[in-house]
Design a protein around this ligand. Sequence first.
Ligand code: OGA
Ligand code: MN
Length: 337
Amino acid sequence: MLGTKKQITVISPNPVKSEAAKIAESLSLYPDFYCPNECRHIESLIDATALLARMGHFRGTHTTDVKPRRTKYFFGSGYTYGYGMRGREELLPYDAVDPIPLWIHQHIIRHFIERGFVKPGWVNAIAINDYQEGGSIVAHVDPPHLFDRPIFTATFFSPGKLVFGASFDPQRSQPPVYEQLLPRGAVLILDGYAANEVTHGMRPEDMLGCRRVSIVLRHTLENAPIQGVPLMLSDCFELCNLIQHVQGHWHDPSNRNIYIVQQLDVNVLTMDWSWSGEGVLTTVAKWQLMPVKQSLICNDGILHSDGVFERLLQWRPLQRTKVGSLGFTWIRMENDF
Ligand code: OGA
Ligand code: MN
């Protein structure tokens, strides 16, 4: 049985749309997508998959990732993730994970195609998260340079809460901006603001039962970087042009910061005014440009050739986790050629 969509509404006293409202608007929840009978059947197939994994049935080196209180299974496509990887994630080579099992095509993806949510073939990456009691998934944004939107998540065994914009420090200093209850059998669609502009995750206290399993359905982008695969000649050409163009002296629109690019090094200088009115330049940071496919990454910004103008660079935000983040602009300094 396929459930109907539940409209999520947040009443905000604020005339400016609250962040919670923007998150709610870009989420769609289908609470009864799978009926209890279908859930039971799918859950037995999940158990069989976990058993096969334990017996060493899967050949991919990265199909199974066992962590305390959470096991992940990747099918179709896996990716590098974890601490320190933000913005630098890469897809794993195609044979690092097993193909999508037939039962997932028949019992999961087929419903999404029949409902018109996706076209046949669109779902090419499946992740199964098997959380035990006290399990969690830290605040993150599914890498926008690897995965298309929307992202679909189905919930089995026990319900849980997906929390947006929450911190995971022991004090829980930043409570969630928005919480989405995910009942057993529900499907959540993450798109727009909820998928790109705010983090999502689950803290141990958000698991409402002793075991929750989520099945995540995604489509990998055609131009996503693949680990160990060298750049194509055409990518090299674009990249070389980009690197050549960014060389030199730049300033930000406020004229306060100066960026000196030499090869892939960026020296950041700040102009301070002394009491006598003289400008004093001090080096405040040293950054590195990182080439990824046809683009350059600098901290939280990414530069494609479409952001390159004669005397201006328009960096786009890499992961738009901050409200209103529009990227940043560099302007070429006068007399710099
Ligand atoms: C993920 C994710 C949430 C969930 O795997 O990227 O956000 O519901 N999972 O398990
Ligand atoms: Mn996610």
